[in-house]
Design a protein around this ligand. Structure first.
Ligand code: ADP
Ligand code: MG
Length: 192
């Protein structure tokens, strides 16, 4: 049994996609154990996208470089650098700004393999290459090219913890233990 953090980013809220996206998780059998609607303050944004987690920053940079290579785009021309860590740091600034441009809907999902299952339903970070059937593939089309020429974060509707370790770090940033509930869903009986 795992718990994972999901945040519907401001573009999902502004586009009226909360119900559609939450419904997908519910139908799979994932259980909502906490939820809140809020404006993200800078302090929470900075903790959620930590400056000191080099693997997170490099990961974003490397994914970006890989995508640029495929597109034949020059990272130095577009971003001023080809260093994955530097690119990661730049994206982090855009992310903190993006996540606080409007209200977000944050919730915790619980279930067997919840972290991996939720990531599968979300699809790839880059909406352009996220397959149909996934949330990002079905409801958005942004790309790193579009985002980075405008010097902003990729608008891909949703954040979901990338690993069990990430979920354990992220959930307490958004929810206190008293805000996380325990109950049984009907399917749990069927699956016993
Ligand atoms: P994921 O959200 O799939 O876990 P990452 O953790 O690698 O992806 O990146 C966090 C977020 O940073 C992404 O969801 C996206 O909004 C943004 N992002 C990633 N790469 C870029 C990029 N090249 N330019 C702008 N924003 C980006
Ligand atoms: Mg991530």
């Amino acid at each position: 049994m795992e718990q994972t953090l999901v945040v519907l980013k401001p573009d999902a809220v502004l586009r009226g996609l909360i119900g559609e996206i939450v419904g997908r998780f519910e139908k799979v059998g994932l259980k909502i154990v906490a939820a809140k609607f809020l404006m993200v303050k800078k302090e929470l944004g900075e903790k959620h996208y930590p400056a000191d987690r080099e693997s997170f920053l490099r990961g974003m940079g490397e994914k970006t470089l890989e995508n640029y290579k495929k597109m034949g785009a020059d990272p130095v021309k577009l971003l001023g650098t080809a260093d994955s860590l530097e690119i990661g740091r730049m994206i982090r600034e855009w992310l903190i700004e993006y996540i606080s441009t409007g209200p977000v809907f944050a919730f915790v999902l619980e279930g067997p393999h919840a972290v991996e299952l939720v990531r599968k339903l979300c699809g790839h970070t880059l909406p352009l290459i996220s397959p149909p059937g996934t949330i990002r593939g079905d409801f958005c089309y942004d790309s790193s090219y579009l985002a980075n020429t405008a010097k902003r974060a990729i608008k891909n509707l949703i954040h979901a913890s990338g690993s069990i370790e990430e979920a354990k770090y992220e959930i307490p940033l958004w929810f206190s233990p008293a805000e996380i509930y325990s109950y049984e869903r009907v399917e749990e009986r069927v699956m016993r």
